[in-house]
Write a protein that binds this ligand. Sequence first.
Ligand code: NAI
Ligand code: MG
Length: 358
Amino acid sequence: MAHKIAVLPGDGIGPEITEQAVRVLGALGLDLELHTEPVGGAAYDVHGHPLPASTLNLAKESAAILFGAVGDWKYDSLARELRPEQAILGLRKALGLFANLRPAILYPQLANASSLKPEVVSGLDILIVRELTGDIYFGQPRGVREVADGPFKGERQGFDTMHYAESEVRRIAHVAFQAAQKRSKKLCSVDKANVLETSQFWRDTVIEVAREYPDVALSHMYVDNAAMQLVRAPKEFDVVVTGNLFGDILSDEAAMLTGSIGMLPSASLNASNQGLYEPSHGSAPDIAGKNIANPLATILSAAMLLRYSLNEAGRADKIEEAVQAVLQQGLRTADIFEPGTTRVSTSEMGDAVLKALK
Ligand code: NAI
Ligand code: MG
């Protein structure tokens, strides 16, 4: 039976980069049924909403979603719920995409792109597993109120609530342990258990889940230390699992170790391995429509789609090898160009990956 895939190109460079990833998916001899719908600003322009029912329904019916990017300054004056970025939050919520997988890989061919010393980052290949639908970002109550008593009595106070239910911690822990089993069997759980009750509970729960994965070596680290170790000795990590807030910050930090935003894919999965796959970068309106954006993060996201939602690890490997091959040939889009390499356009990079796949 054909696998149904939703293609949501979105705004800015979204259409240009997804086009290349779609070409790659189409070249693998798989039985795929691809359907395209607008999302973000592009959907607002047509349907008056960044995530219209037609787009959401397609996403729900699909085994996986290939997502470009959303957002443009021209929507800045819209009410918050109509802004392009709301489409991603809506999709995460509607599909229960609680597990965000963000690999940070420094390809040997791009060793100079990192701001860290080569000996610290060369060969870097880590995976951050971030919980995506809980934590202080969604905890109730939240708001602004007048303080009734204590030292700040009578003042206005902004507040949020941090909490994690046992089932929420368990399910993200399972995802992380299983990812670790497929890699070097090392998992580091990051929290702030010295200060936060939520974090102590997180740690205790992860330790319980660890009994089911005796082959994985579990360690724990406080988030402030993890932020330091990521720049001091990032290769000490393999798989990192953490909550929504800490994961937001650490995954961006890890991404920057590689120095090349155009190269980093991501996956957001639910309990049935349905997933949304998108590059870690945004819609880059500054370079949209010029055929100069780097499509590799989106092509690598398509590889994650095959790996995690379609169980096609072999074909995912092939895409990743093809990306390495084009880098080895010295082909570079503008964002990763350096003297001595060959500058190519978005579509030429897509051509090269297709050729390397053959
Ligand atoms: P951005 O990631 O779009 O761009 C940052 C810088 O990186 C820009 O100079 C851009 O030209 C460059 N860049 C990004 N992707 C590139 C690629 N594939 N190839 C070459 N260069 C690339 O972040 P920014 O500028 O903060 O946000 C622009 C818009 O994207 C905003 O509307 C923002 O809300 C949205 N955004 C959307 C995301 C999503 O769809 N998941 C994630 C992050 C931002
Ligand atoms: Mg972030």
